[in-house]
Each structure stands twice: as C-alpha cells, then as structure tokens.
Design a protein around this ligand. Structure first.
Ligand SMILES: [Zn+2]
Length: 375
C-alpha cells in the first residue's frame, strides 16, 4: 500500500465525530485520539509537534518545520467529521474498492490531512531544498463552530500564506462566501386562548419580523453582484414558539442564516437588521452564535499562481474558482493571511452515507504539495 493511502486508512479508522452541540460523548466523538495519532506521526518524522487544547478533549495539532526559509506556508485541515449514523458502509473500517477508499472523513477532510502530512515527509527527504518553512495546523471543531481555527488565530498563529484542505477535486478555490447565524426572539404575554385579548401573542409579533426579513432577503438577492460570488443571501431556517394551542404564546424565536460576501463583517450584517426591526417592540436580536468571514485572494497572489503551476505540472491543467460554502480559510484571510482552499476528493461525497475519496486524487494532491514545496 502506498504511504499516503496507508496513512489515510489509519486516520479514517480513528473516529473523530463532532458532537455538533448535541451533547454526544464517547470514544467515537471529538478529536483527542486523532490529534495524538497525528502528533505521534509528526514526531516519528522528526517534526516538532504539539497539541493546542481548544477546549477539554478538543485539541488542535501544530507541527512546525523550519528550514531557514524566509516565508512560511501553512497547510491546514480539520480533524473532525460529521456523524456516521446513517452510513451504509462501516464508517471506521476503511475499505478500498475500484481505486476508492471508503469511510467517514475519507474526503472531508482526512484525505487532505494525509496528503499534506505525506507531502511534507517526502519533501524533507527530497534532494531539493524546501522553499518554505511549513506550519502544519490540524484543527478541531470545524463542522459545527469553526472553533479550532478561531482559537489558532487568537493564539499566535504565524504564517505568510496558507492552504486550507477541503475536497475541491484539486481545484483552487480563491474566493468563497462567509456565514453569520443568529437568533431573534419575540416576547409576549401568556393568556388563556379563550381570552386572547388578555395576552400578547409572540407568534403574531414574529410574523411581522419574518415579513420584514423576507423583504430584506429579496432586496439582498437583487442587489449588486460580486464578480465571482453573486449576491449575499438571507434565510430564516428555524422557528419555534408557543407552549400549547390553548395558550396565547409568550415567546417565539427564529434562527437566521446569512451568507456574506468578502468584506462584510458581523457589524455590517447586523446593522441593517437593527434598523429594520427598530420599531417592532418586544423583539430581541441576539448576538451571532456563528460568524465566519467570506474571503477572496487575488488571482495574481503568489499562493494562487504558484499552486496553480504545481497543479498544472501534475494534472496538465489547473482550475481556479469560487465556492459558496464557508471554510476555515475565511478566518485566516480575515487576519491577513492569504489562504486558498485546495484538496483531494469531491465535496459531493462529503457528509454522505457512503463517503469515499478517489485514491488517484489523494496521490496527485500529495505530489502537488511536494512540488509546491520543493521546486
Ligand atoms: Zn470539511
């Protein structure tokens, strides 16, 4: 078995499901075991490695390779996966069939972890010198809160540019949208439903909020276009309210998903919402519980151009594009680190009931990163 395949197989066999805020616990959840495995792999390759505890049992792994170069490249991917409940295959007993490796996390994003690790190990053994120092950063809790990446940037992350591994089919994603999520609550007064005039209906109040938000969402969708990403968007995704049909509801809440363009901030997203709902009494706009910036790296940036050249040298052609999903790259770009998204595997297989990765892409990704580092 080729080294990167063996490594990926080992990684998939260590479950690292994200509890997704649902209180799930047990050895198949969180990133402690996989983080220890990755740190041990790095140390065996004589690469300095440490765990950075983001929260109990949820570490990032940081590996550093210093070759005395002027610039440092960050290779980043997330350690956590989504649940495996509904999978049709054994999620943690990777099998290889027809050039594909199956298992939870195979493409999202243990494939990137394996490719990045193997590429660095190969580069250290290569005849040619490495052009960059390398920071290997493997983060926890991306699928739910982007917490690992946010922790890393708040705690002394030092790098000149980066590649965030996600299954892009070896395409270079240089721009993507961000996402901000928050709740809005309406407060009413409970009363017996036979005497509705004695209460204040929180659901009726929320109906007014929703109508205004729907109009605003339409305005957003017909507003100015970003060249690569189109318009921002807003969607009310969850609603809950009331306690029983014979009670005038005293509370109601909704949860909003707002997809942002590069440059939009939490503040610039929320300001129009505050003025929109200003005159509605009993309505509370909560602070966002999730906010990841969108990002755009210039087409001419060295990280785009040099990576494209490495991709061409392996695949014959390089595709540079934009995506609509949000990734950790938004967080690194927002602190001034030009970071593109790139990795083996297809996002269409991520989170699916029979997740797999094409092994050819895994090996191509390994070679691409190796060439990027050494040529
Ligand atoms: Zn992912």
């Amino acid at each position: 078995m080729e080294a990167a395949t063996k490594l990926l197989s080992d990684l998939v066999a260590i479950p690292s499901m994200n509890p997704m805020g649902r209180g799930r616990m047990g050895k198949e959840y969180c990133e402690q075991s996989i983080a220890e495995f990755v740190a041990e792999f790095l140390r065996k390759a004589s690469i300095d490695a440490e765990l950075q505890q983001v929260s109990p049992g949820r570490p990032n792994v940081i590996g550093s390779v210093s070759v005395g170069a002027q610039e440092t490249l960050m290779l980043e991917a997330h350690l956590d996966t989504v649940f495996a409940d509904s999978m049709l295959i054994d999620p943690f007993d990777p099998i290889i069939r027809d050039g594909k490796l199956y298992g939870r996390g195979a493409c999202d994003t243990k494939g990137s972890i394996a490719a990045f690790l193997q590429a660095v190990v190969n580069s250290l053994k290569a005849v040619k010198n490495m052009r960059y120092n390398v920071l290997l950063l493997f983060v926890s809790d991306e699928e739910y809160r982007f917490a690992g990446a946010q922790y890393a940037v708040r705690h002394g992350l030092k790098t000149d540019f980066g590649i965030a591994g996600e299954p892009t089919q070896l395409r270079i994603v240089r721009a993507h949208k961000g996402v901000t999520r928050w709740k809005i609550l309406t407060q009413g007064v409970a009363a017996h439903s036979a005497y509705p005039e004695r209460g204040k209906n929180a659901i009726y109040a929320m109906a007014k909020v929703i109508e205004k938000l729907q109009q605003y969402a339409e305005e957003l969708s017909t507003g100015p276009l970003h060249q690569l990403l189109g318009t921002p968007s807003l969607s009310v995704g969850v609603i809950e309210g009331g306690q029983a049909v014979n009670v005038v509801p005293d509370h109601c809440w909704i949860e909003i998903d707002r997809r942002t363009l590069p440059g939009e901030t939490t503040q610039s997203v929320l300001e129009p919402i505050h003025s929109l709902l200003n005159d509605l009494e009993g309505c509370e706009i909560r602070e966002p519980h999730l906010s990841v910036a969108g990002m755009e790296v210039a087409d001419y940036a060295p990280i785009v151009q040099d990576l494209a050249q490495a991709v061409r040298s392996v695949c014959g052609d390089a595709i540079v594009e934009a995506a609509h999903y949000a990734t950790d790259a938004g967080i690194y770009n927002s602190v001034g680190v030009p970071t593109v998204v790139f990795g083996p595997g297809n996002i269409a297989q991520a989170h699916t009931e029979s997740e797999y990765i094409e092994l050819q892409q895994l090996h191509q990704a390994t070679t691409i990163i190796e060439r990027f580092l050494t040529s």
